[in-house]
Design a binder for this molecule. Structure first.
Ligand code: UT7
Length: 357
């Protein structure tokens, strides 16, 4: 059984189409000033017609697998966290499995809205540490532009599209994903949801006419709960990892609103200099925001081997969670033992034991 699960690969994909606040001013009654001051968002990426949650996931996963120097055919599990899947079913992860050529991988989706990536990480970590699998590709990806009401200024200015992926592998290192905690409260589900198109309110011409297949949100209520829940979850994940905020080199929060992020940091007495923020360029990419942020943090030198990192998320459901991990980084040319090496090692152990002295 592996001692730990460590991130050995990471990558992201963002569509090339940039939609600025100025462009939104021409679509709804809003202003760059309102969006920037209330949310911190300056622009977001929008998927082109041919792009889907699975195609963006695959692109992010390829980068992560290259970094981990793992071949698609060696991948054992693909988990996609998303609330904007390609289809109601089959799972988006199955499209990714096929596109990657990950011929031996299991695949399934996890849906916990903006908390989907942290939830997927929790499941993958459990599978790796239990010894059930040696590796997993964990993806957070969304095409929320297809679920936005472009006449509703209270939501359409907030969200963006993209995908981020990490490779999680078994390791005998003494540290890895140190803790993951998850919580939920379904009593206020209607405050952030897509009401129709599921089994409770099936899609009809009426639901389409009323725009019930699109995102609705009571932003103010979500905001207040997000701040408290994210701060509480951060403290809980730290306590479970036996660490304090002083140990944390970088906090990577879900990017929903710069004011939420700042208030979480304030509540925790954690300096904003050690918080990663890229919401100004991507908006709220829901499940994709944390893995995109991890990749950008690494690319800009803000994540170094040995750094303790705090991930924290909040989303529809409501769902929220946090994780503390030690950044492992890329392999130094030495891969952890694969199945063949492990088998060879086991045989050598036996030979060693039966060898006459
Ligand atoms: O991803 C996880 C879940 N999502 C979130 O965490 C989002 C949480 N919520 C938020 O980020 C914020 O609540 C929003 C950004 C959605 C809204 O910010 P707010 O400061 O809570 O604004 P508000 O809803 O209280 O609205 C203030 C005013 C209203 O006008 P009146 O009633 O005061 O005249 C809105 O109609 O701002 C108006 N407004 C806008 N004005 C210009 C709302 N949206 C816009 C807009 N442009 N896009």
């Amino acid at each position: 059984m592996a001692k730990n699960a460590v991130i050995t690969g990471w990558g992201f994909y963002a569509p090339s189409r940039v939609m600025t606040n100025a462009e939104l001013e021409r679509i709804v009654d809003t202003s760059d000033e309102w969006i920037t001051s209330r949310t911190g968002i300056r622009e977001r990426r929008i998927a082109s017609d041919g792009e889907t949650t699975s195609s963006m996931s695959t692109r992010a996963a390829r980068v992560a697998l290259d970094r981990a120097r793992l071949r698609p055919q060696d991948v054992q599990m693909i988990i996609v966290g998303t609330c904007s899947p390609d289809y109601v079913f089959p799972a988006t992860a199955c499209m990714v499995q096929n596109d990657l050529g990950a011929t031996r991988a299991g695949a399934f989706d996890i849906e916990a809205a903006c908390t989907s990536f942290v939830s997927a990480l929790a499941v993958a970590r459990g599978m790796v540490v239990s010894g059930a699998i040696q590796n997993a590709v964990v993806i957070g990806a969304e095409t929320l532009s297809r679920f936005l009401n472009w006449k509703d200024r209270t939501t359409c200015v907030l969200f963006g599209d993209g995908a981020g992926a990490v490779v999680l592998e078994a390791s005998n290192a003494s540290v890895g994903i140190e803790s993951v905690i998850l919580h939920s409260d379904g009593s206020q589900a209607e405050k952030l949801m897509i009401p129709a198109g599921g089994a409770r309110i099936p899609a009809t011409q009426g639901t389409l006419d009323r725009g019930q297949h699109l995102i609705t949100m009571q932003g103010g209520d979500v905001f207040k709960l997000a701040v408290k829940s994210m701060a509480d979850a951060a403290e809980e994940a730290l306590a479970e990892a036996g660490l304090g905020l002083d140990d944390i080199a970088l906090m990577v929060p879900h990017q929903a609103n710069i004011r939420i992020i700042e208030q979480v940091a304030k509540r925790l007495h954690f300096p904003m200099e050690r918080v990663f923020v890229n919401i100004q360029r991507y908006g709220n990419t829901s499940a994709a925001s944390i893995p995109i942020a991890i990749s950008e943090a690494e690319a800009t030198g803000r994540l170094r081997r040995g750094d303790k990192v705090l991930l924290v998320a909040f989303g529809g459901g409501f769902t929220w969670g946090a994780s503390v991990l030690e950044w492992f980084g890329a392999h130094d040319g030495v891969r952890p033992p694969g199945p063949l090496e492990r088998a060879r090692g086991a045989i050598e152990d036996v030979v060693e034991r039966v060898r006459p002295v």
